[in-house]
Design a protein. Structure first.
Length: 373
């Protein structure tokens, strides 16, 4: 059993307790490019083309644009758009090219081409059309020089800063607090196809906002954009998750390898949840970010069968210190009990082990999340 991101919205019940199960909305088509910071700045360029097709600029037209490597964005033609991919497989793109599609009157792709890690040109491409039997390529180039290092787009009539509304920011801040191992090392806000998003490089997870709803994508959430619900619903679910667990009688880790993990866990600092697998007729309880006396935060997970509450597997760890027991068992795990009558998960000198010699004995109990019990 491995640690993984949790969907954020309560949608069903398992053991009459909270569970999380997102819906798939759309397939993601691309990742975000990493535009070098050295390219950032304001440019004055002019348009040139060998084509005679439907073009967004006249030949020789002077254009101002801003490239911001920090947010992977392009300000041009009255809009701020995201460089949404790095593509070396299309003929007209160099191996270090980036692209973004502008909405509006023209559906053109802008490909940023670099030379020696510096701006070379923006290739402007709008596909091919026919004039009689003649194929016309709607394409051209924007070439010029950097006039300043400023990434302020306000002079182009575009908002200088991408920001979230107060409700969205509150939900994101709370999610980062509850999921510190997933939502960490977040980058600046970006834009993509109407979404305002934040990317977390460590987990490769995206959190996006659009039309009053929150979406996730990437990492253990998978390649699909998944709607998590309205901003207010997600915020409410996150607030509910902040209801703390309590440790009854202490919860200790002993005989650990390495010995630095001999410690005591305080489940009042953790964030709990339950996931239901209706197909497998099983449930999974987890508690994340449990602070211990050694200063380390741990996760605890266990999977149990719905019919008789027999625990089928369990894991406990932090970072590379991952330990598990019971994967594949059918009759329950000796030394581990889920007691719904008392509302406790009880570890009785349970030995868990992992790779590279990792091992630990867990003793103690904590309350089952009971937001719907």
């Amino acid at each position: 059993m491995t640690f993984r991101p949790r969907p954020l919205v309560t949608l069903a019940a398992c053991l009459l307790l909270a569970t999380f199960n997102p819906s798939v909305m759309a397939q993601a088509t691309t990742g975000v490019a990493d535009v070098p910071d050295a390219v950032s700045g304001t440019y004055t360029v002019s348009f040139d083309t060998s084509a005679t097709g439907d073009l967004p600029y006249s030949v020789g037209a002077s254009v101002q644009l801003v490239i911001d490597g920090a947010s992977n964005s392009l300000c041009i033609k009255g809009e701020r758009q995201l460089f949404d991919s790095k593509d070396s497989q299309t003929f007209f793109k160099a191996p270090n090219s980036f692209e973004t599609t502008l909405s509006g009157q023209y559906k053109f792709t802008y490909t940023l081409q670099l030379e020696n890690n510096a701006f070379k040109e923006l290739f402007v491409y709008g596909g091919s059309t026919f004039s009689g039997n003649t194929v016309i390529n709607n394409q051209g180039y924007l070439r010029g020089t950097k006039t300043s290092t400023s990434t302020d787009c306000s002079a182009l009539g575009i908002a200088a800063v991408i920001s979230l509304g107060s409700a969205e920011q509150s939900a994101l801040t709370l999610a980062e607090e509850i999921y510190p191992t997933i939502l960490k090392q977040g980058g600046p806000l970006g834009l993509f196809q109407g979404y305002t998003y934040k990317y977390y490089a460590a987990s490769q997870v995206y959190v996006g906002f659009k039309d009053g709803k929150i979406f996730t994508m990437g990492g253990a959430f998978g390649p699909a954009i998944k709607e998590q619900g309205t901003t207010s619903a997600v915020y409410g679910a996150l607030q509910a998750m902040k209801t703390k667990l309590t440790t009854t009688g202490g919860f200790t880790l002993s005989a650990a390898n390495p010995s630095t993990h001999n410690t005591t866990l305080d489940f009042a600092t953790g964030f709990p949840g339950i996931i239901e697998n209706s197909t497998a007729k099983s449930c999974q309880i987890y508690v994340e970010s449990v602070l211990a006396s050694n200063g380390v935060r741990y996760f605890v997970e266990l999977k149990f069968r719905q019919s008789d509450k027999a625990v089928l597997s369990a894991s406990l760890g932090s970072g590379s210190f991952n330990n598990a027991v019971g994967d594949g068992v059918t009759g329950g795990i000796a030394g581990l009990t889920l007691d719904k009558a008392s509302g406790k998960v009880i570890f009785n000198n349970l030995r868990l082990s992992g790779t590279n010699g990792n091992a630990v004995t867990a003793t103690g109990s904590f309350n089952i999340p009971t937001s719907k019990a």
